[in-house]
Design a protein around this ligand. Structure first.
Ligand SMILES: [Zn+2]
Length: 366
């Protein structure tokens, strides 16, 4: 099969053409993680003829991976993912170079590994790894094609600190009160396919750079696969970002431990409420809200949020949101759900409306 024939379906498009194909052949892309996201990313990048692909993964194929990690088959159980992935990709496209790294990405090896590549694709599933990838990429001036999945929720973005925000502009640090919770973090295999495929498409667009392409730089694309509702939120560059606001040589790299995180919201006490330049969100149901609420608050019942997270719009200007309910349990649940969907700056009011009312006896509630 000639090279022309292999890539016919994409070179025939004026946005790609032979010039775009040559850019793809010259591109060097490193995919971190050959898991649920990494597998579809790798397949589509290899298929498209990305000339040099790196795969870093220190894990072995496990039967429980096969539900979503489409590069592997039952017979691969126990083999190193990066090695199996490399073999599969070379079978798919012998005309490209594929490098496999069966090691953990750490603050010690990240610079060396990234230096051989132009674009980094984040196929990891935990905050420390995503932070390490981001921080090293910003330091080295390399773009990161970001993807994340949890349950039925998925996100894609392009973090290119040279022309937009970085991942730390979205999440400056691991959300407060984060706890280990791998067992609860379920995922639909097909959603990993959707998000990984979108990451591959963003990488290809980034490489080819046709004038008609608008990459997801400065934007976070989100999907709720329960309803297939999607939306794009703008991610502003933070002037006080702990990473991309610094000169590259001053960006520290932290070691990453490959653990799975579920975010839980921090609590704000009623005494501190006046100090906060925040939007108050009442998550109680309508009868409770009608019976009295904190003046200036917005009403967004938890029941509506549970049906569709898209009913929440984060306030602009980097303001934080403080959720409250009657005593503080439902508001924590609401904030946790949104934090895990990728939103940040969300808190729960400790003790809820009752605690606020006890402290503000003289202030009429509405
Ligand atoms: Zn940043």
């Amino acid at each position: 099969m000639s090279r022309n024939q292999r890539y016919d379906r994409q070179t025939i498009m004026p946005e790609i053409g032979t010039a775009g194909q040559e850019k793809l052949a010259a591109a060097r892309v490193l995919v971190v993680g050959a898991g649920g996201l990494g597998c579809p990313v790798l397949l589509y990048l290899a298929g498209a003829g990305v000339g040099t692909i790196g795969i870093i993964d220190y894990d072995q194929v496990d039967e429980s991976n096969l539900q979503r990690q489409v590069l592997f088959t039952s017979g691969d159980a126990g083999e190193m993912k990066a090695t199996v992935a490399r073999d599969r990709l070379l079978h798919l496209n012998p005309g490209i170079a594929v490098n496999s790294y069966t090691e953990e990405l750490t603050d010690k090896n990240v610079i060396g590994l990234f230096s051989d590549y132009d674009i980094i694709v984040d196929g990891t599933d935990n905050f420390p790894a995503k932070f390490l990838i981001n921080d090293a990429a910003v330091k080295m001036g390399k773009p990161v094609i970001y993807g994340a999945i949890q349950g039925f929720d998925g996100q894609v973005s392009v973090f290119d600190a040279g022309s937009g925000p970085c991942y730390r502009c979205l999440h400056p640090k691991i959300p407060e009160g984060v706890v280990l919770n791998c067992a609860e973090a379920g995922v639909i295999g097909a959603l990993a396919g959707i998000i990984g495929s979108m990451q591959a498409a963003e990488a290809i667009k980034y490489i080819v750079k046709d004038a008609s392409f608008a990459p997801l730089t400065g934007k976070l694309w989100m999907i709720d696969a329960r309803t297939m509702e999607t939306r794009i939120i703008k991610v502003p560059k933070r002037p006080d970002c702990p990473v991309c606001s610094r000169p590259p040589e001053e960006i520290p790299l932290e070691s990453s431990s490959p653990v799975c995180f579920i975010a839980t919201a921090g609590e704000i006490a009623c005494d501190d409420l006046v100090l906060q330049d925040a939007v108050l969100v009442d998550v109680r149901e309508l009868p409770e809200w009608s019976a009295g609420h904190i003046e200036g608050a917005v009403h967004l019942p938890l029941s509506a949020l549970q049906k569709n997270l898209n009913v929440f719009s984060p306030p602009g200007n980097g303001k934080s949101c403080i959720f409250y309910c009657q005593r503080g349990a439902r508001s924590r649940k609401a904030a946790d759900m949104l934090l895990n969907a990728g939103f940040s700056n969300l808190y729960s009011l400790k003790g809820g409306f009752e605690a606020w009312r006890a402290l503000n006896k003289d202030t009429p509630s509405r």
